[in-house]
Design a protein around this ligand. Structure first.
Ligand SMILES: [Zn+2]
Ligand SMILES: [Zn+2]
Length: 267
C-alpha cells in the first residue's frame, strides 16, 4: 500500500527541533512512500499576538536541500500548516502567493482574538463548562475558516480534545457540534477542499470514525492522513491503521497533493 504522511513538523516550526532529513529517514524506515512537510505558519501566536511578516527562506531552503538528497522513488512534498486564516483571510492569501507549495492545512489553534486569542493548548480546562465555552468558539471558527480558499484540508478537527480529555481528565464529546461540523464540511466539499485524519502520533485513529461517518454521508471524498509528528520517530504512526479504517468504512480513496491539486490514492 502506498502510504503518505501529510502532517508533520520540523525545526522550522517553533515547537519542534527535528531535521527534515531525519523525518525523511524515519519515513522510509516506517515504510512510507511519501512525506509532505507541513511546518507551522500561524498568523496568531500562542497567546493571541498578531505575528509579523513571514520569511519563507528557512522552510524553502531546508526543503530544496533535503529533496535533492531524497532516496530514489521517495516523494518529498512541500506543505504548510496555516493557522488563523479565518481572522486574516487577505493576509493568508498574500502569504501563499508565488510559493511553490503542494499542500496547505488550514488549522484553528487559537480562540477568537476578541476572547484573548489564546492557543487551545494553553487554556486550563478546570470544568466541563470551560471545555464547552472553548469548543463553542472553536467550531464557530471552523465554520468561518471553511468558507475561505487558502487551505486544502481542514486540520485536526478534534484538536482541543487532546487537552480537554487526555490532559485535563474530562470526557467531553463533540456530539452537540454535529450541525457545526456538517456546516463546515459542506463548505469545504463545495469548495473542492477536504479534511484530514490527524492520528496525533498514532494515538487517535478510532476517534475519527464519527467525524468520518458524517463526512461520508455529506459526500466528502478528499481526506489526507497526517501524524502531527514533531519528532522523527513519530513519522508514519497510525497511517496504515487509518488507511485500513477508511477502507473498512467504505471510502474508495485517500488524497495526496501535487501543486495544491488533489491526487487520489486507491484504497
Ligand atoms: Zn496544528
Ligand atoms: Zn501540526
Amino acid at each position: 500500500m502506498y502510504l503518505a504522511d501529510y502532517h508533520n513538523h520540523t525545526c522550522c516550526s517553533p515547537d519542534s527541533e527535528a531535521k527534515l532529513e531525519d523525518m525523511v529517514r524515519c519515513a522510509v524506515e516506517a515504510g512510507l512512500s511519501e512525506l509532505c512537510t507541513t511546518d507551522h505558519l500561524d498568523l496568531l501566536g500562542w497567546h493571541g499576538e498578531v505575528l509579523g511578516d513571514w520569511d519563507w527562506t528557512p522552510v524553502l531552503g531546508q526543503y530544496e536541500r533535503v529533496r535533492a538528497e531524497c532516496p530514489e522513488g521517495f516523494e518529498l512534498r512541500l506543505g504548510i500548516e496555516l493557522g488563523a486564516i479565518q481572522f486574516f483571510p487577505e493576509r493568508a492569501q498574500k502569504i501563499l502567493e508565488g510559493v511553490p507549495l503542494d499542500f496547505v492545512i488550514g488549522s484553528v489553534h487559537n480562540v477568537d482574538p476578541k476572547l484573548g486569542g489564546e492557543d487551545f493548548y494553553f487554556i486550563p480546562y478546570k470544568t466541563e463548562q470551560d471545555c464547552y465555552t472553548a469548543l463553542d468558539d472553536y467550531f464557530k471558527s471552523l465554520c468561518a475558516l471553511a468558507k475561505h480558499d487558502s487551505y486544502d484540508v481542514i486540520g485536526h478537527i478534534i484538536y482541543p480534545l487532546r487537552y480537554m480529555n487526555k490532559r485535563d481528565g474530562h470526557s467531553v464529546t463533540l456530539d452537540r457540534y454535529t450541525e457545526h461540523m456538517a456546516t463546515f464540511m459542506r463548505s469545504a466539499i463545495g469548495n473542492g477542499r477536504g479534511i484530514e485524519v490527524n492520528t496525533n502520533r498514532g494515538a487517535e485513529v478510532e476517534a475519527w470514525r464519527p467525524v468520518l461517518e458524517l463526512y461520508r454521508e455529506l459526500g466528502g471524498e478528499i481526506i489526507t492522513i497526517g501524524t502531527d509528528a514533531h519528532k522523527p520517530e513519530d513519522v508514519g504512526k497510525g497511517v496504515a491503521q487509518t488507511v485500513q479504517m477508511l477502507k473498512d468504512m467504505g471510502f474508495s480513496y485517500y488524497t495526496v497533493y501535487r501543486g495544491r491539486k488533489p491526487q487520489f490514492i486507491k484504497l
